[in-house]
Structures are given as C-alpha cells and as structure tokens.
Design a protein around this ligand. Structure first.
Ligand SMILES: [Zn+2]
Length: 470
C-alpha cells in the first residue's frame, strides 16, 4: 500500500506540465476527471494541515463548552480560507457535560489506585465519593443475569474485553456495556458502575464515551477502567476476598448550544442538487480529537475541494463539520434542519473511523450496477478499494436521520484495527495519523465525490436498471 502510494505520488510529480494535455480528448471525461482528482489527492497537504491546525490551535472540544465556541470559529475560518462558499454555523441546543476531578481506588484488600475516566453524561458522586463492596462480572451477560436487588449497595464492575477486528465490529458488539451498563446495574440495586474500557490496546489509559441512562432506573455514577486495571480486578476477584472500592466523580451539566459548520462548492448546472459529506467537530476531552474525528473532517473537506475545486461541478458539494456527535445531539438537529432538502440530496456520507486505509465502498442498494458507479470502481481499484456487493446500511452517527428518511447513503469501510487502541482516550493525538493512509482516504473520497458532483447519477434504489430477464 505505502509503496503504491509513494510511487503514485512521485509519478504524479514527475509528469512534466506539457504532458498533461493529451493529443486527443479522453474517451471518458468523467473517468479522467476522477482519476486526476484521485492522483492529486496523494500529494495534497490539505487534510494533514487541517488536522494539524485543529489539534494544535483548538485542542479538545466537547460540545457546548467554551472550547466548542473556539472550534466553531476555527471551522468557519478554515472553510472560508479553503475557498468554500456559504460558510455558516447552524446552532442547536445541547446539554454540555463537563468532567471534574475524578479518582478511584481499591481500599481493601490493600490500597491501590485505579486509572479511570468518567463516562460522558454520568452524574457525579456525592462530594465525599462512594465507597462500597465491588461485584466483578466477567461478561456483560453475567451482569444481566444477576437478579434484581442482588447488587444493593454494591459497585458493579464488568470486565468483558472488546474484540479487535479489522472493520471495527468489536466496538459495536461491546457498545451496550458502556451505553446501558449503568442503568442495568442500577436496576439490580448497584450504587455505582465501572466497566473495562471499550478499547483494544494494552495501555493503562482509560477510554471514555457517552452513556445513556434509561428512564426506569436510578441514575448512578459510571466510569471506564483502563484495560490493565480491569484485568487487575479480575485477578483480585479470583482470590475470592471481598474488594472495596472508593469512587469520586465531580461532573456537571449545563444547558448550552453547539454548532454544525457547513460550507459549499456550489454546483454550476444543478446548484439545488447537493452531496453532503463531513465528520464531527466535537471531541472527547482527554486527547486532542485527532483521529476522532479531526481526520474525518479533514478527509472529506480535502476530498470535496479536490473534486469540485478549480472548475465548477455540476452539482453542489457541501461539507458539514457536525457539532455534537459524541453526546448524540447533532444528528437530530441536522436532520430537522435539512429534511426539506431531501428530494435534492444526491448522497450523504460521513468519515468517522480514523484515517487508516479504505478498503471497500458500500453504495445504496443496486447502485453498484449504474454505469457511473462502474466507472468509480475502476478509478478506486488502483487504491486497493473495491465496491462492495453489500448495500450501505449505516453511513455515520450524524447522518443517521437522513439515511432513515431515505437519503442515498455512501459508506466507506476502512481499516479499524488500530483505531480502538486510542479512540476516546488521552492517546487520540496527531502522532497517530499515518500520512500515507490519510492521503489514500482523501483519494478514495475525492474519486467518489468527483463522479457524484460531475454527473447526473441517481443513487436512489428505483433508479438502478432492472435485472435482465432470462
Ligand atoms: Zn467519532
């Protein structure tokens, strides 16, 4: 992969300027334009410069906080400087959750500090903290099997590991442990909840993320343990001695607002027809939000510019920097604000799984049969990306509402094997961005966006040709 990218990048640079104009017009201008956008992407610095500036000049940026105001202003300035038109911020209400002082330790059998991060949305503990006996469950199903009342006065702990997979499915499978564990523990009487971080690394840094309290359960404080500390508690539990733990969390919540920043490259022929792509501007507080999701915005912004810059595309390319993905607010707000545009939405897509290499593209049902998408498959092949025979189902958390409403959804699959080593932790920083793989992402997205913006292809399922009769 790297040697191909390097060769392609060097090859592009080595072509003398006079060789760029072919003696005869290319047989397929759509393919030639997409290939040119793809090849320019491999040496284009826009995406890396975007994430380098965001992580250095803005830093962590939880929705609704003072940092999210700086992120909004940075986003508007950045898109404007990159030449996007109609740049503006769309405000919507959020509950701003903020972390305070946090600590956890084993009190007995002997004192031992634990590395934790409170979960986003967690209520605080009482000011003096909570000290209670721990009950350790090796799996989430073991917690669910515990009878109601059996955890009265206890701290429930789930130590189930998350499985590393190439496409990130281990995260989805483990998600209820973080999302629902606190309410399930509370229903059974627990006074606090801890779980092994949804993470694949062996670092002692914990990984945070949002929880969802269910209405019918008491709201108890909840935090993620580092992988290493969860394993320590497994070993302690195996000794059969009682384990007492003290937990202190000082989080707070305030009504606030956040913003999704958008910008456009207006279409010259069908300006009302719009392709919407982006990533999310908000990030968790311990790191600098480089791979989640600085790179997602960087990839789609750079790709849109390569696909639509320098000439007027037929259709409008719109980039969206979604303002509150992590706490689940931007999807509903964006859907409500843009539902009226639905008949004119050509496609929606989101990049939110880091910046490691793309390996497949999923399109709406039957769209892979369209001639323009066959051309796209040809353009993507040298990047080692294939068009999946499986239709896209989910394109990203911030476009879920538009997908459900029927907007044609595009979804690149990318290598997520390393992503959950750093995701939602203090290790989500710029040094994790592999520049060659970042460029391959931009090249894949630029190829796709070029064809969507410079053709009249219709990705709605009804538009695909009917299967040939036998
Ligand atoms: Zn994300």
């Amino acid at each position: 992969m790297r040697s191909f990218l390097l060769a392609a990048a060097l090859g592009a640079l080595a072509v003398p300027a006079f060789a760029a104009a072919p003696a005869t017009a290319p047989a397929d201008p759509l393919r030639a334009g997409a290939e040119a956008a793809r090849d320019r992407a491999l040496s284009d610095p826009t995406a890396y410069d975007f994430v380098e500036s965001l992580t250095t000049d803005v830093g962590p940026r939880l929705a609704g906080t003072e940092a999210s105001v700086r992120a909004r202003d940075w986003g508007i300035a950045r898109l404007t400087a990159l030449g996007f038109k109609n740049v503006h911020a769309e405000a919507f209400p959020v509950t701003a959750w903020q972390r305070g002082a946090e600590s956890a330790e084993v009190v007995s059998p002997h004192p031992q500090k634990l590395a934790i991060l409170g979960l986003g949305g967690s209520v605080p503990t009482p000011p003096g903290g909570i000290e209670a006996e721990a009950v350790v469950f090796a799996t989430y199903n073991d917690l669910l099997a515990a009878p109601v009342g059996s955890l009265a006065g206890k701290i429930a702990i789930v130590t189930q590991p998350m499985v590393r997979t190439a496409e990130g499915s281990g995260y989805g499978a483990a998600n209820p442990i973080r999302r629902s564990g606190a309410s399930e523990a509370a229903r059974r009487g627990a006074v606090a909840y801890l779980h092994r971080s949804l993470a694949t690394g062996e670092s002692r840094l914990p990984h945070t993320g949002a929880l969802n309290y269910q209405k019918d359960a008491p709201r108890i404080p909840a935090a993620a343990l580092s992988v290493i500390d969860a394993e320590l508690l497994d070993h302690m539990a195996a000794r059969g001695q009682p384990i007492r733990i003290r937990l202190k969390l000082e989080s707070s919540e305030t009504p606030s607002q956040s913003w999704t920043v958008t910008g456009e490259i207006p279409g010259a022929v069908h300006p009302e027809q719009v392709i919407i792509v982006g990533g999310h501007l908000d990030s968790w507080d311990p790191g600098t939000g480089a791979i989640d999701d600085g790179t997602g915005m960087a990839i789609t912004v750079a790709a849109a510019r390569l696909a639509g810059g320098g000439h007027a595309p037929r259709r409008t390319l719109r980039v969206a920097l979604f303002g509150a993905e992590e706490m689940d607010f931007s999807d509903d707000a964006f859907t409500a604000a843009h539902k009226a545009e639905l008949p004119n939405i050509v496609a929606v897509g989101e990049s939110d799984e880091g910046a490691d290499r793309l390996w497949a593209l999923a399109l709406p049902k039957d769209a892979a049969k369209l001639p323009e998408m066959k051309t796209l498959a040809t353009v993507l092949a040298p990047l080692s990306i294939y068009v999946s025979p499986e239709p896209s189902r989910f394109g990203g958390s911030d476009i879920g509402g538009l997908t459900m409403a029927g907007a044609p959804t595009i979804a690149f699959h990318q290598d997520a094997s390393r992503y959950f080593d750093w995701h939602h932790s203090a290790d989500d920083t710029l040094d994790k961005v592999d520049r060659a793989q970042l460029s391959q992402n931009v090249a894949g997205w630029a190829s796709l966006l070029y064809i969507l913006a410079n053709s009249d292809v219709d990705l709605h399922p009804a538009a695909a040709p009917a299967p040939a009769k036998p």
